[in-house]
Design a protein around this ligand. Structure first.
Ligand SMILES: Nc1ncnc2c1ncn2[C@@H]1O[C@H](COP(=O)(O)OP(=O)(O)OP(=O)(O)O)[C@@H](O)[C@H]1O
Ligand SMILES: [Mg+2]
Length: 451
């Protein structure tokens, strides 16, 4: 059960910074306030300008402070799945003075022993998830404190990430004038929030469709079994619309949000809207169906790549199917396309809390509920990892334990500049065959972009 108190979370997204303040009373979450700010300083989910990111963070936190009527000094953050490495870890500690009751300090010792390993200098430990403690050979103990023993072991999962990425997140928050409370592993927090207990146990794939990135994580037997990240999301859809319709990014984003439909099967051929096209004196009419073709092609492409990755890593057939969230998952018709490509049960996760009923809030709400819901032993392990207690001197001896969990390699793909697009003539007024021709051209062009 969640611990009573005030909790804050911040989701530093490519498109929006989201801040949430919640109070837990008798285990129930009450939203006290939330604040958003347009994000500046990130590209494809990665901070590329600390100063600009800090300014956006300040705006979002200020907005949340105003709504909540409190002063925020500490925020909890999540480290995204980008280049996350997951390894098993194990520690052992001989309790001094013979058999005696295991205390907090013994747990800290055993965790810190599990952290002693040869990490490459550019990586950093983010978190340890304790899976079980073993006391004098008795296994599957969730909290060993108070038990009698001479030999304490901990078996868990170690999460590491690139130092730069972690440093940039902490620096941006601190530059904004706040301090970082807990650093949580994003897919772990999300799994606890967006999946049901059964889904976590039997196996389910989560897909976070953001603006600049799409993150995929598979959970089975209550453990992360796969994570992957692709530097493409809702921004790509906007850019496609802008390229194909010869309109500004701002106008393309508005069109997407107002008329977008991801499934052509559901789009109307008889509904039209006006678009300001570059080089045209008057706005041009475009059909909802035509727009849908542009969107569907890109969404299909993103899903298809994910499907192939999942298949390659043999995580493509989990009983729980797929759960979609993230701002871009709010696009009408997206579930139909996902269903078609993955050929599995697909569900959309939308937070149920008042004021947060949008899949874009999944991440921030997961941070808050993860931090508030940690058990005492999890908090103690976190303290040990964060070095609340002086850590033993690092010993650089053993090589990194071989990763058992398949973590897909980071994709180094970037949106290529689109080839010159011939401004389209009014697609809505063309005879059917000619319209098809344009559509084929668009599809051809999009295929080129994707490839
Ligand atoms: N109703 C909607 N229909 C279509 N797209 C939407 C809708 N609402 C939001 N989006 C898109 O969702 C994206 C923003 O989602 P989100 O807030 O999850 O991204 P982010 O967390 O800022 O970015 P990222 O996770 O990629 O770093 C934008 O591309 C936006 O256009
Ligand atoms: Mg996001």
């Amino acid at each position: 059960m969640a611990k009573n108190g005030l909790y804050t979370g911040i989701d530093i997204g490519t498109n929006t910074i989201k801040v949430l303040v919640a109070e837990y009373v008798s285990g129930e979450m009450n939203i006290i306030g939330n604040g958003n700010a347009k994000s500046d300083g990130l590209s494809k989910g990665i901070i590329v300008d600390i100063e600009k990111t800090a300014m956006s963070i300040r705006k979002a936190v200020n907005a949340a402070q105003e709504k909540a009527g409190i002063v925020i000094d500490t925020v909890n953050v999540a480290i995204p799945a980008n280049q996350l490495q997951i390894e098993p870890c194990q520690g052992m500690f001989q309790i001094s003075g013979g058999s005696k009751e295991i205390m907090d300090s013994d747990v800290i010792e055993v965790v810190q022993n599990a952290l002693v390993r040869g990490l490459v200098p550019e990586r950093e430990i983010i978190a340890v998830e304790p899976k079980e403690f073993v006391v004098d050979g008795f296994s599957e103990i969730s909290d060993p404190r108070g038990m009698l023993g001479v030999r304490l072991e901990m078996k868990g999962v170690l999460y590491t990430g690139p130092k730069t990425l972690i440093h940039n997140i902490i620096s941006s928050v601190e530059r904004a004038g706040f301090s970082v409370g807990n650093i949580v592993v994003s897919p772990l927090a999300l799994a606890k929030r967006v999946l049901t207990e059964q889904e976590r146990e039997f196996g389910t794939v989560m897909i976070d469709l953001g603006a600049g990135q799409t993150t995929v994580a598979a959970v089975r037997d209550n453990s992360l079994s796969y994570v992957n990240w692709r530097p493409e999301g809702g921004d790509y859809v906007t850019k496609d619309i802008s390229d194909v319709l010869n309109t500004s990014i701002k106008s393309a984003e508005d069109i997407k949000l107002n008329y977008g439909e991801a499934s052509t099967e559901r789009a109307s051929q008889d509904e039209f809207f006006l678009v300001d096209m570059v080089g045209r004196p008057e706005p041009e009419q475009v059909s909802e169906y035509y727009l849908s073709q542009i969107i569907e092609a890109r969404v299909e492409q993103i899903f298809e790549k994910i499907r192939q990755d999942l298949e390659m890593n043999r995580v493509d057939n989990f009983p729980g199917g797929m759960v979609l969230f993230g701002g871009a998952a709010a696009m009408p018709g997206i579930m139909d396309v996902a269903q078609r490509v993955f050929d599995q049960p697909v569900r959309l996760y939308v937070p149920t809390e008042v004021g947060l009923r949008n899949p874009a809030y999944s991440q921030v709400i997961s941070i808050v509920s993860y931090v508030s819901g940690r058990s005492d032993i999890e908090i103690l392990v976190t303290r040990a990892v964060m070095g609340d207690i002086p850590a033993p001197a690092p010993v650089y001896e053993a090589p990194i334990v071989q990763t058992q969990i398949p973590v897909a390699p980071v994709q180094q793909e970037y949106y290529e500049e689109s080839p010159t697009v011939t401004p389209i003539s009014k697609p809505t007024q063309e005879p059917e065959e000619e319209k098809e021709g344009i559509v084929d051209r668009v599809r051809g062009m999009l295929t080129k972009i994707f490839d």
